[in-house]
Design a protein. Structure first.
Lengths: 231, 231
DNA sequence: ATACTTAGTAGTAGTTTGCTACTAAGTATA
DNA sequence: TATACTTAGTAGCAAACTACTACTAAGTAT
């Protein structure tokens, strides 16, 4: 038995844990090299010491679940003001070998652009792993949680605008189409795609810098329509 | 201050509750008189004594969340083997005035038919209230939870087969169309509707009993295709 | 017979989707 | 300077789906 594991068992008192604890776990997605990637960190403690895991934290009595997510993003990844949404609550009895922990999973989306802005060294980016190449163990039920997140964003890409969250404010239509294709996991027809998103974007008068071929026009997301009245 | 309320406050010891408790709350839908209705019960205890509330229960350390839902359905409504699915987890700090309770909300669907089968007196059916006529107070954040459930089944009716859960095994196409129209909240065109669901149903050779007009053919849901291979 | 009610089908215009083929604007190189 | 190469962007058509009107079918009521 490893040292850390023994220490954990010695300090474990069941009566401390006789009702479920609640944690949040965060599936933070971004795009790198045309692939969907997810933030993972080796665990520092038992169980699963050294195994890659999603960032998470216990929910404090005095904070809402959403606030726990914001705190987790800020404390563990130094990220702020990004899109996140509740995913699913995982509550199998034995999902954590220590004690009963119910995990409210959230997913979050951030552009690689914003990650570099927050952390110019690019260190954060090295913690992201392509979801299609996770041929390594994950702690707890975190593989299930990631898969649940991938399925959710694939579904939501069809009828919401979450794809924009993975791009900077300035983007080209080939870039935007690539994001949709990655999220949906299938190729799209250029002409149809453009007709469909035409009313969600506004063209700027700028073009991409010359790059060995025809430059592309730069677009922005159209601001959400005001819910206006006369008030 | 009412008697029950004082008693509650006298017995309240904060230190008993210094981590969030986890409960499940259940939004059980059925159809009555062409309206979507939800199961509600007056609360027997403070807070919100006498106010209508969703059935719910605390999650025990030794059961999964889904098992807590099954137990709640069985103990509180005497229902078994019906369709249910996780809805959303509600965790505002002050959603329960007693203490911090995080509620994992589920929705469930049952045919009025099955309710009568389980409880031939029809007593259970009197606990269902039309979701469009809930002009009375609800306990806690239960109105929000019900609205969340209504929105979810409206969305899922579009791309899943949940509508069938609200009908008995034998149904007619006008009945099925009515269910879709109630869930989606909009009228559908008969001919188009029939083309679209044609591959999800099988006709029987039976017709509805004469009822003052042309009888209708009885259909069943087509069994889900086997995920077969050669094994 | 005929009127009334609900069940069910035919057909058509307009829109969306799947797909092929083209033109446009840059660079690289012969 | 022509032409090949690359990526950006548009045109257009057939098939499928949607919105809608109009019909026929099968029962009951008078």
């Amino acid at each position: 038995m490893a040292n850390g594991e023994r220490e954990f068992l010695l300090n474990y008192h069941k009566e401390d844990y006789d009702r479920p604890s609640v944690a949040v776990d965060l599936v933070l997605f971004t795009l790198q090299d045309g692939k969907l990637t997810v933030f993972l960190q080796p665990r520092e403690e038992h169980p699963y010491q050294g195994v890659l895991a999603l960032p998470g934290t216990f929910v404090d009595t005095r904070e809402s679940i959403d606030d726990a997510v914001r705190r987790c993003l800020l404390q563990k990844i130094r990220l702020d003001g990004i899109y996140f949404e509740q995913l699913y609550t995982f509550g199998a009895v034995d999902r954590d070998p220590r004690m009963r922990i119910i995990s409210v999973a959230y997913y979050a989306l951030v552009s690689a652009d914003k990650l570099l802005e927050m952390d110019p060294t690019g260190d954060v980016l090295t913690h992201f792993y392509p979801v299609c190449e996770m041929d390594f163990p994950l702690a707890f039920d975190h593989r299930t949680i990631v898969e649940c997140g991938v399925a959710r964003i694939a579904g939501k890409a069809e009828y919401t605008d979450i794809a924009f969250e993975l791009l900077p404010a300035d983007f080209t239509l080939p870039q935007l189409q690539a994001v949709y294709e990655i999220l949906l996991g299938k190729p799209l027809y250029k002409a149809n795609f453009r007709k469909k998103i035409a009313d969600k974007i506004v063209a700027t008068d700028r073009m991409t810098a010359p790059d060995g071929h025809r430059p592309s026009q730069i677009y922005n997301k159209k601001p959400a329509p005001e819910v206006s009245g006369d008030q």
